[in-house]
Design a protein around this ligand. Structure first.
Ligand SMILES: Cc1cc2nc3c(=O)[nH]c(=O)nc-3n(C[C@H](O)[C@H](O)[C@H](O)COP(=O)(O)OP(=O)(O)OC[C@H]3O[C@@H](n4cnc5c(N)ncnc54)[C@H](O)[C@@H]3O)c2cc1C
Length: 409
């Protein structure tokens, strides 16, 4: 059996290792277009904070790890997939044939269409190459304008803040992390950042990037030595144009990770897979989903039919010392009930969203002890019975509710 994987990120690497464990004789190859050993983008902030060296971003510690597992790493870009002929065409024209193919090409940072975006004072923070440039161009005390305060933007904010730069963050949405947090929670994050010396502009876009900073839509000029954009991500699917592989928001997969093309599977940021909470198919673009997808896609590729339960959308942020998280359907559902605690002076916030007597989503700020419990209650779909009313009166009694409803005595 010849397995080929496109993409050497967490989804692709997990898949290759799973395939090797399940099939000792198969030929397994990973084609990846970045000139690095497989690495984790999630580790980039720690590199920027000088907490690790580049080696620490690598997904596997030993250089000979993949050789030792009999997994071939091929550095090349796949330009086209010809699924009927079971082959892919590389950038240099070479052809690789496969029996089963996994698309694990991840996503790329979207670049906003702004005057000045191509200037050499502008970068994304998505790859190791970007991280090297930022390390070079951003000593402590440099001035940085960060465009975008979504989940990834806020992770970059933390890294830059800890690096000691003078930071201005611009978010055109009405609040920070608008797709992750309720307004009251976002407000706490903004106030916290400002109290730490970060300038935060919300509800205003950037009109243009200039060599010495950015101009906001309201005319404000913000001086910056480097402009970093974090304005969303896009699944890497361009090379599938003209193929039989169906792409909507990402590559559409079923519960067995199969795409619309025979013997072609997809996993990770590039895949539009089952959402555990909503039952719909969406792109989650987070690392836990990529790792789960990779493992389970490989299991299905190797011939075991294991249906995926779906991934839960979850984001955890450490923003200059303030922990926040969002899980599942944090916005709630029509007809659902909710509970909320808002203690702005203490930078604490907790909201729980219910459907019947189950928690289906949550936001928390400044309450790190609840992170694991929130995830557990949602993932287990635990019926709360009487505890729902008690939590509506006091949502901080989560631990008691968890123990009372999940422990069999
Ligand atoms: C700075 C930063 C911080 C992050 N922090 C977190 C976090 O705290 N928590 C979290 O859950 N997620 C985080 N993420 C997101 C997380 O990194 C991604 O969800 C994860 O990398 C997805 O893994 P993947 O294997 O699907 O894709 P990727 O890691 O993107 O790997 C895909 C690989 O495929 C390659 N490729 C693409 N097209 C081709 C082609 N045609 N031919 C060959 N190779 C190709 C790409 O270049 C890439 O190397 C962060 C991301 C960034 C940038």
């Amino acid at each position: 059996m010849r397995y080929l994987i496109i993409g050497a990120g967490p989804a692709g690497v997990n898949a290759a290792e799973t395939l090797r464990r399940l099939d000792g004789d198969a030929s397994i190859g990973i084609v990846g277009d970045e000139p690095e050993p497989p690495y984790s983008r999630m580790a980039i902030p720690y590199l920027l904070m000088n907490q690790i060296k580049e080696q620490g971003t690598h997904l596997r510690e030993r250089d000979d790890h993949f050789d030792a597992m009999g997994i071939e790493l091929i550095q090349a870009r796949v330009e086209r997939v010809e699924s009927a002929a079971h082959r892919v065409i590389l950038g240099d024209g070479n052809v690789i044939e496969y029996d089963k193919l996994l698309i694990a090409t991840g996503s790329s940072a979207a670049r906003p269409l702004l005057p000045g975006i191509d200037g050499d004072n502008v970068s994304t923070c998505w790859t190791l190459a970007d991280a090297r440039l930022i390390q070079q161009r951003v000593p402590a005390n440099a001035r940085v304008a960060l465009i975008g305060a979504g989940f990834i933007g806020s992770i970059i904010l933390e890294a830059l803040g800890m690096r000691g730069v003078q930071l201005a963050v611009i978010e055109q949405g009405d609040r920070m992390v608008p797709r992750m947090m309720a307004p009251n929670a976002s407000e706490l994050l903004k106030r916290w950042c400002e109290s730490k010396g970060v300038s935060v502009y919300t509800g205003v876009g950037v009109d243009a990037i200039e060599p010495n900073g950015v101009i906001l839509a309201n005319g404000t000029h913000i001086g910056a030595d480097l402009v970093i954009t974090a304005t969303g991500v896009r699944p890497n699917t361009a090379f599938l144009a003209g193929s039989d592989v169906k792409v909507e928001q990402g590559v559409l997969i079923d519960r067995h990770f199969r795409t619309s093309a025979a013997d072609v599977y997809a996993a990770g940021d590039v895949a539009q897979g089952l959402d555990f909470c909503t039952g719909e198919y969406s792109v989650h673009a987070i690392q836990p989903t990529a790792a789960d997808h990779g493992h389970l896609a490989a299991t299905n590729m190797s011939g075991s039919a294991v249906a995926y339960e779906g991934s839960m959308n979850m984001n955890v942020l450490d923003t200059l010392g303030l922990l926040s998280c969002s899980f599942g359907t944090w916005q709630g559902v029509e007809g659902g009930e909710h509970a909320e605690l808002y203690a702005p002076d203490d930078y604490r916030y907790l909201s729980l969203q219910f459907e019947d007597d189950r928690v289906i989503g949550a936001n928390a700020v400044g309450l790190s002890q609840h992170v694991g419990i929130l995830r557990g209650l949602i993932q287990r779909r635990t019926p709360l019975g009487d505890w729902k009313q008690r939590l509506q009166r006091d949502p901080t009694r989560l631990m008691e509710a968890y123990l009372a409803t999940t422990q069999v005595i």
